[in-house]
Write a new protein. Structure first.
Lengths: 335, 520
């Protein structure tokens, strides 16, 4: 990729510190395309906003009925690295898994940050509504904290499937719901997938602190820049789906690239950019490792996608019925 | 009656934990450990396809997800009658190796280190090392901007804190370097796991990722970088801290506990499964002169719910446990049950494993006068990270040899469909310690699911005999000269690497139904 004009190079280096221009370009490319801005323009806009801000944008991170998987996913960020984000770019006021303080020291920081307002609120994990006692932090119901912190937030991001739509806990007995069921009258940006993809999260935070508003969202609150295409549309196994070639034996090298429908893949029903973006710095992702898509970017996850590793769900039967009725378009024929 | 102090939330751990201590004459006299979040996993798994269990139980914990998948598929392997081919086991083990390496690095640098250094000492650095000066400038810039989150606010540094500017600065630099290393270790695991956190490829009967030579080569190359960091940074840091400025903390025996240790053993190094990375065993009332290890007997595990939010019950083996949920229970203070071995409270995890394996480095530290406690736990964790790196090299070699043989297999395809009825127990050694999953299948569906996880052992409340849990016991005697600044309390608790979401998942408040788990 052409690194662009020299002038911009210096500017980016100065303002973004450790993040190399190339890394940042790589990271912004997807975002820029969706916005219809040239990459250079977008970077200039983002870096100007970061520079113009009198201080680092405050971030308040609350964890409820979570597994910390979204925090660990965030910690997978390499371009830009998490160290640069939490030490140079953002003011991470409260995050139970990362902050130095504990107990009353942590509580006091939470109170002060909420009082001051104007922060980006990230919610990780679902919120129990059957009984507040299913999630208590510092003796307070988590539900109340989300409600309270939501009121003074400049923006609210529901991080991961649990915070977005209830996720796996929603299938359990605690009445677990997503953040938008607790924070009313405010846009909640939903970043499902289980866990969140660190690019989705960092990109959304940067978008929000740069523009001061939420990115364009689809009907269920997901940023269009990440969730506008079906997994199936970009799947490298699509040719085999079109030709009814389904993997049945993981031991057979001849089948290793075949469609994973029989193994429960929900790609034709799931909106997310995983096949293009991939996971773990592009290392691999669910479909490439032979396991199929579990539909974790959709509100019906987990109950509506189960069973996960076989085509016996209502969902899977429905996919096949639509295929047979010619309702799932074929990809271009393989050359 | 001493003064009671509650630390809630305990931060830099996985999950939600509150700790209450009673302090008298500057020392902890009594302690209570309380798990404060529940999701009801057991209830949501009942009636599901058994093959969902590894995927769902992975979400017990987003830090140590893969080990739950592993314990879960092992329980399923037994219940389905699946025989995992050696190729499948190797792929699983490589994925687990990456988990261990990332997990231990993250725990030491990002979850624990801030408890042991006075970060503001970096300002006094006078040296000329370019990389260290860059870190110093970064911290000073944060101070000047009056925004030092998330490094402050914090508990005030005490006499055990390292203040030497060179040492502190290099620790902060390694904190930053380690952020990249732990991420890269997860990327390494994704080669065979599909992605991290939450692997996708670990299924009953084996693994779904068909390997090729390039994948193994890539894994090895990434492993080289991890090995270099572990050998040249992580272990030297832990040893320098443990035998230097933190030796008084070790000698004072802070965070000792019951001195009872348990390991289920695991991670096969050879096809026959005879050579294991971690041997199984039990040690009661450790005597440094003897170090006697008894064999592990699964039948001796019981769980008590006397002080947990469940209806009172006799202590039972997990196979036979009954649970009646009771949120209003008077004496209860935790969602965590109290597992006991032969009626005793046990420590599980790296320290237990290294003592039971009679690791010469850890035994050496103990014989030098360091009582097993906070510092020994960090040392044991670092040492076994190296063992895991070495094991990964061996598994890479084995996999290369295996995959070039005719008829190479990664999966037992004949046993992928759930049996009509079945049951199985899956034991595994997780980074945090002994982990067990139990499944019962009826009409091809999950009839019951149970897990006793490492943090259930370590973070448990009292049992009916009033024996404290391991966190609780370890806190007894910890110095707390200033009740406003209970830094030793969090040091002790964090040294176990708590993972609370794991420990609490077994309740059904909606139906209040009695859940029976019987294996005929």
């Amino acid at each position: 990729m052409d690194p662009g004009p020299k002038r911009g190079d210096l500017k980016v280096k100065k303002l973004l510190g450790e993040i190399s221009r190339r890394d940042f370009m790589k990271f912004c490319a997807g975002t820029a395309a969706v916005l219809g801005l040239s990459e250079v323009k977008l970077i200039a806009k983002m870096t100007e906003a970061l520079a113009a801000a009198p201080s680092k944008p405050p971030v308040l991170w609350l964890s409820g009925q979570d597994c910390a998987g979204c925090t660990i996913s965030l910690a997978g960020a390499l371009n830009p690295p998490l160290s640069s984000l939490i030490l140079d770019k953002l003011s991470l006021r409260y995050h139970e898994a990362l902050m130095a303080g504990a107990g009353q020291v942590a509580e006091a920081t939470y109170e002060e940050t909420v009082k001051a307002g104007g922060y980006v609120l990230c919610v990780e994990g679902a919120i129990p509504t059957a009984d507040d006692r299913f999630c208590m932090i510092g003796g307070r119901p988590f539900r109340e904290m989300v409600e309270q912190a939501g009121q003074n937030a400049a923006a609210v991001i529901a991080v991961g499937a649990c915070a977005a739509y209830g996720g796996i806990p929603a299938a359990g007995p605690t009445g677990a719901v997503g953040a938008n069921k607790i924070i009313k009258n405010k846009t909640v940006i939903n970043l499902p997938t289980c866990p969140v993809h660190c690019d989705h999260l960092i990109g959304t935070i940067l978008y929000v602190v740069t523009t001061g508003k939420a990115p364009p969202l689809d009907k269920i609150g997901r940023p269009k820049m990440y969730f506008s295409e079906l997994i199936h549309e970009n799947c490298r196994r699509r040719y085999y789906f079109d030709n009814d070639m389904y993997l049945t034996d993981w031991n057979d090298p001849a089948q290793k690239n075949w469609c994973l429908y029989e193994k429960g893949c929900k790609g034709p029903d799931t909106y997310a950019d995983c096949p293009v973006r991939r996971w773990n710095d592009g290392q691999n992702f669910c479909i490439d490792c032979g396991a199929g898509c579990m539909g974790c970017a959709e509100p019906e996850f987990y109950d509506g996608m189960s069973p996960l590793y076989t085509a016996e769900s209502e969902r899977s039967r429905n996919i096949m019925a639509r295929k047979k009725a010619g309702l799932i378009p074929r990809s271009k024929e393989k050359v | 009656m001493g003064k009671k102090i509650t630390v809630d939330p305990v931060t830099r751990i996985e999950g939600h934990l509150g700790i209450t201590v009673e302090v008298e004459n500057g020392k902890v006299k009594d302690a209570w450990s309380s798990g404060t979040m529940a999701r009801g996993f057991e209830a949501l798994l009942t009636g599901k396809d058994p093959r969902d269990a590894p995927f769902v139980t992975s979400r017990f914990c987003g830090v140590c997800y893969s080990v739950h998948q592993m314990a879960s598929v092992r329980a399923l392997d037994v219940a389905f009658g699946a025989e995992v081919p050696w190729g499948g086991t190797l792929l699983r083990n490589l994925a687990m190796g990456a988990q261990y390496i990332y997990d231990h690095i993250l725990h030491f640098y990002h979850l624990s280190a801030l408890d042991y250094i006075d970060i503001m000492a970096v300002a006094e650095y006078k040296g000329n090392d370019k990389a260290l000066k860059a870190v110093k400038d970064k911290v000073i810039a944060m101070v000047e901007a009056k925004d030092t989150f998330p490094l402050t606010p914090r508990y005030q540094p005490d006499e055990f804190c390292v203040r030497d500017p060179d040492m502190v600065l290099s620790a902060v630099k390694h904190y930053i370097d380690a952020l990249a290393m732990q991420a890269k270790a997860r990327n390494m695991g994704a080669i065979f796991g599909g992605r991290q956190p939450h692997y996708q490829s670990i299924v009953v009967g084996g693994c779904t990722q068909y390997p090729d030579v390039n994948m193994v080569a890539k894994f090895r190359t990434m492993l080289d970088e991890q090995a270099k960091f572990v050998n040249e940074v992580y272990i030297p840091d832990v040893l320098a801290f443990g035998t230097g400025p933190l030796f008084p903390l070790a000698k004072a025996g802070v965070g000792g506990g019951h001195y009872n240790y348990l390991s289920y053993g695991g991670l096969e190094l050879d096809k026959a499964g005879k050579d294991l990375v971690f041997p199984a065993g039990v040690m009661m009332d450790m005597d440094p002169a003897k170090m006697e290890v008894a064999p592990f007997d699964p039948q001796k595990i019981t769980e008590s719910v006397k002080f947990a939010w469940y209806e009172e019950d006799r202590p039972q083996h997990p196979y036979k446990g009954q649970q009646v949920f009771d949120l209003d229970r008077k004496e209860a203070y935790s969602f965590i049950k109290a597992p006991r071995y032969d009626g005793r409270s046990m420590e599980v995890g790296p320290l237990a494993r290294m003592l039971l394996a009679k690791n010469p480095d850890v035994i050496g530290l103990v014989r030098k006068g360091a009582k097993p406690g906070v510092v020994a736990r960090h040392a044991a964790r670092a040492i076994e990270t190296k063992l895991m790196v070495d094991a990964c090299y061996r598994w890479c070699d084995e996999l290369l040899a295996e995959m070039t043989k005719p008829g190479f297999k990664i999966h037992d395809t004949a046993h992928y469909e759930p049996p009509e009825t079945g049951e199985g127990a899956g034991f595994f050694e997780a980074p945090r310690g002994a982990l067990g999953h139990w499944i019962k299948i009826k009409d091809h569906k999950i009839a019951n699911y149970q897990a006793v996880v490492p943090s259930t052992w370590n973070a448990s409340p009292r049992c009916e005999k009033q024996y404290r849990g391991q966190y609780e016991e370890s806190l007894i005697g910890a110095p707390v000269p200033d009740p406003e600044n209970p830094i030793n309390v969090v040091r002790v608790v964090r040294s176990f690497d708590p993972c609370l979401a794991c420990a609490i998942h077994l309740i059904d408040p909606k139906t209040n139904e009695i859940r029976k788990f019987l294996v005929e």
